[in-house]
Design a protein around this ligand. Sequence first.
Ligand code: NAG
Ligand code: NAG
Length: 390
Amino acid sequence: MWTTPLTMLLCASFGVVEAQIAYTGHLSELRIKELSQLAMRMEHSINAKKYACDSYYDHVCSRNRPLFSVMGHMPPSSDLIQLLTKLQNDPEQFEAKQKLIDFFISCNTLKSLQDCYRETFEYFKPLFGYIITKDLVEGSSHELRDFRELIQRFVDRSKSVFGTDSHPLRNRLQTYKEKFATPSIYFYAGDLNREYAGLRIYRESYEHNLRNIEQHRKRNSTFELGVQRTMLDWSLYLYQSRFKPMSYFYPTFTVHLYMTMFNISERQRDSTHFREEVECLKLPQYVNVLSEARMLAVIYLKSFRHTWQEYSDWIQSSTKHRAIYDQENEILRHYQLSNKRIFFTLFAQNFCEFGKELAEHVFYLGLKENTDFFNTYSCGYQTEITRNCV
Ligand SMILES: *[C@@H]1O[C@H](CO)[C@@H](O)[C@H](O)[C@H]1NC(C)=O
Ligand SMILES: *[C@@H]1O[C@H](CO)[C@@H](O)[C@H](O)[C@H]1NC(C)=O
């Protein structure tokens, strides 16, 4: 089905054998390896020349290489190759998959393999959702279990934070937790065939294919809306998050749930209380004069505190969690890192795009008066406690 050189290349570049995976303590070899890789990527992402306690923004943002900014960005090339190879080797043959393969072949007559992997991923994401949920996410139960637990913890905890009244987001999350018990049923071959039914792909003509794909993308895809969209986005997120520590999941996922909830609840609150809180926080003048900046500062601050609390609770909630946390820290120590540093860095990098001034004030309020933060970075000082304001 593939042209010969392509087949050889794909097979050569992906040789994972699904053999018995060795464990040390609670961590599999794969998780241990990923910790080291995460640590190395972090070295390239932060600016070690900037002292964290002076300007955290400069420390985590100034190299302009956030480790993780939005859910569902493009996977690195090695992952794209892995996904395409898995798809190719998957025994189920169906029309939509054949179109993807034909597109890849047409692309490769004109472009580099690397570019074709990227383009194919971009245009055929739902098929990657298919292989991820079939082969990778459900197979490695640790991610899926942790992810579902993460949702449940948020749902439970959010009741004490936002009140026990039923809330549309909370109800939806509860449903998603159920759906992620069997995510693969959202990516059946038959549905994917229907999704791509109108798309014509020719091995011989890349230009035609591009034009057809542009046309195809103008119509409403079932994977761009509603449940299907979330199942796809979160499946891709899970794929990117394989073998990661919990200090990664909380500041990249849970924090977004809190921000979504606070973005609703803070805007509905009685304005007198809100004004009092903001006064107590002593926001800098330029934030204070802009009502939207003031609002965002409060939303970020609260989201940070609750996400941090939730992660801390996770560590404390069982001896196994504690042991995992300690074992990970032991490995990270070789890189002058720790789970807490991973958490703080990833959390802060959510805000790099807001620019130095606003981000720095959110950090100032949220991080620098957090005992764990200044102990982690040995800042040796504690700024004025504003904890009781909000
Ligand atoms: C896409 O959806 C919009 C809004 O639901 C609708 O108005 C439009 O006609 C749809 N387009 C196609 C091509 O189905
Ligand atoms: C927050 O709420 C505002 C107003 O309701 C909305 O325009 C904005 O898109 C929301 N932001 C996020 C990140 O949900």
